[in-house]
Design a protein around this ligand. Structure first.
Ligand code: GLC
Length: 572
């Protein structure tokens, strides 16, 4: 009888002890959970040779600045050889660093200098597609029986036009491009200069694994897999329902085979070299997100979901929705899996211009609020270069000012479909990703200290006031608040591993508790241009850990929060 009970108790894990048995997956320690990632768009960071394009030497020169931010890892947008139709997201040699960035020698120095400073490096891997100038594609398009033919998706023209596929970047929205050399169509989910690789070909998989190994051998610490959720495709190319492009993710993302590709990468590279991995996108629902990142899946380290970053582009966006979305994602990942926390990147306009207010009255205080948020959530925070200064949109007003292929081609598409160019430009002025790509603002000079030449994209005129030099000197600057916030996160594991609990408050106030191993903090954000009152009588705090105003006004147990005020309280 007793032995039976014992067996049952054992089966239930009743006597299981030891640290791993008790710690839930979310709280199991990993360097990439504790990381604070700084994303650099290398083209725009710092130019040292006067060609108007940022380079690796520029990054090396600023490593001490980057270190001073308190970040622990750098994600670099692609710096491989590329004809740059999509600024590096069209790779023509996956093992070469572009000469304009300084070539491999510069990269090796960067790696060494970063590791010396205990900074990790995350490389962008673009293998849903290559450049049309990649030797594979050149060979593939040269004849129907070339050994590289099946590296890409081809549809012979004698079979008629293939079923419609939507392209995100094409000027006609068509993902099939006709190629007269072999009288066939090839597939490109992005621009026609970015043909999609055929992952159902085992040779393609082998090639990619080799490429990943090459970088892992060099000593990089992580990979960001660009657009990878689109990699698996039904190569019979069936007809999709009319109008599917309005929700194309449902048809493009997470198709059969994708998990096999990820598992292969995990087995051959991620696990062997102990590198972190994050793919762009997090599946089409929470279940799929978990299938990508739960530890027992052996696929990715963390997911990178778009629900939140896309919010300001949607009508009816409000602070209430903001907190609902983040709370939903957090709750889903409170036990297993891990997510990224971010509000900006190279595909978005600037943080303060989209989420809060870039007018001088509120720019600084609201940028500090957003950083307080980003650095106090559960999940790995990704911060985009220049946001630490509260850099703003540049607000172009004519199409000639743009460099971005997606903006330019969408404009052409709008016009060819009889759409209104003015309306398009008005929207692009606020939302085009070129807003987020203008050069880093190092100082108050005309070119912001970015280059001595002609910058590839104009430097925002407000570099006169918004720049590193000015903010370094000002103890009250966004930059110094950012540093204080990274320091706070790094020295308080509760901000990394702590459980999250949303407080029931008025819509414009976002308040949450984080608790971990007996430590408790309360984060309070007033996501509003007005004063807001919050009843705190149930909470006793010992310290204000950070505040983007000088004081926190309280009366009768209530806090009177100023516009965009953000505080973190250490609870007793
Ligand atoms: C991803 C990148 C984006 C790029 C596209 C095509 O979405 O983030 O910048 O243009 O993939 O590679």
């Amino acid at each position: 009888m007793y032995s039976k009970i014992l067996v049952i108790l054992l089966a239930l894990g009743f006597f299981s002890c030891g640290p791993t048995a008790q710690v839930k997956e979310t709280q199991q320690k990993k360097w990439w959970k504790e990381a604070i990632v700084y994303q650099i768009y290398p083209r725009s960071f710092k130019d040292t040779d006067g060609d108007g394009i940022g380079d690796i030497k520029g990054i090396i020169e600023e490593l001490d600045y980057i270190k001073s931010l308190g970040v622990t890892a750098i994600w670099l947008n692609p710096i491989y050889e590329s004809p740059n139709f999509d600024n590096g997201y069209d790779v023509s040699d996956y093992r070469a660093i572009a000469e304009e960035y300084g070539g491999m020698e510069a990269f090796d120095t960067l790696l060494e200098e970063m590791h010396k400073r205990d900074l990790k490096i995350i490389m962008d891997i673009v293998v849903n597609h290559s450049s049309w100038e990649h030797p594979w594609f050149k060979a593939s398009r040269s004849s129907r029986d070339n050994p590289y033919r099946d590296y890409y998706h081809w549809w012979p023209a004698e079979k008629g036009k293939p079923n419609y596929r939507y392209s995100l970047f094409d000027d006609k929205g068509d993902a099939w491009a006709y190629d007269s050399i072999t009288d066939a169509y090839y597939l490109h989910y992005f621009a026609k200069q970015q043909p999609d690789l055929n992952w159902s070909n085992p040779k393609v998989k082998e090639e990619v694994v080799d490429i990943l190994k090459f970088w892992a051998e060099k000593g990089v610490d992580g990979f960001r897999l660009d657009a990878f959720q689109f990699a698996a495709k039904d190569t019979t190319f069936p007809k999709f329902p009319e109008g599917y492009e309005k929700d194309f993710i449902q048809y493009y993302a997470m198709q059969e085979g994708l998990h096999d590709y990820l598992k292969l990468m995990y087995d051959e590279v991620f696990s062997k070299y102990n590198v972190m991995s994050v793919a762009e996108g997090a599946g089409r629902n929470f279940k799929e997100a978990h299938e990508l990142v739960d530890a027992d899946r052996n696929e990715l380290s963390m997911a990178y979901a778009f629900d939140a970053v896309d919010l300001p582009n949607k009508e009816g966006y409000s602070p209430k929705i903001f907190k609902e979305v983040f709370t939903k994602w957090d709750n889903e990942f409170s036990e297993k899996g891990w997510i990224s926390i971010f509000l900006s990147n190279h595909d978005q306009a600037r943080l303060v211009s989209r989420f809060t207010d870039d007018n001088e009255e509120f720019r600084a205080v609201s940028a500090k609020m957003l950083h307080t948020f980003l650095l106090s959530m559960r999940g790995t925070p990704y911060l985009y270069y220049g946001d630490e200064l509260g850099m703003t949109n540049i607000y172009f007003d004519s199409i000639e000012q743009y460099d971005d292929i997606s903006t330019i081609n969408s404009y052409k598409k709008t016009l060819s479909e009889g759409g209104d160019g003015e309306t398009f430009l008005k929207h692009a002025s606020k939302f085009s990703r070129d807003n987020g790509r203008t050069p880093m603002q190092w100082n108050a000079s005309e070119k912001g200290g970015f280059t001595t030449g002609t910058p590839w994209l104009p430097v925002n005129e407000n570099t006169k006031t918004i720049n590193v030099v000015a903010q370094n000197e000002d103890s009250n600057s966004i930059l110094n608040h950012f540093r204080a916030m990274t320091a706070l996160r790094t020295s308080n594991p509760v901000l990394i591993y702590g459980d999250y609990e949303l407080l029931d408050t008025e819509d414009q106030i976002y308040a949450y508790l984080r608790s971990y191993e007996g430590q408790k903090v309360l984060v309070v954000l007033n996501y509003s241009k007005e004063d807001s009152t919050l009843d705190l009588s149930n909470y006793k705090w010992s310290d204000i850990l950070i505040n983007n105003y000088q004081d926190l006004e309280t009366a009768d147990g209530k806090a009177v929060l100023k516009p965009y005020q953000a505080v973190i309280l250490k609870l007793k």
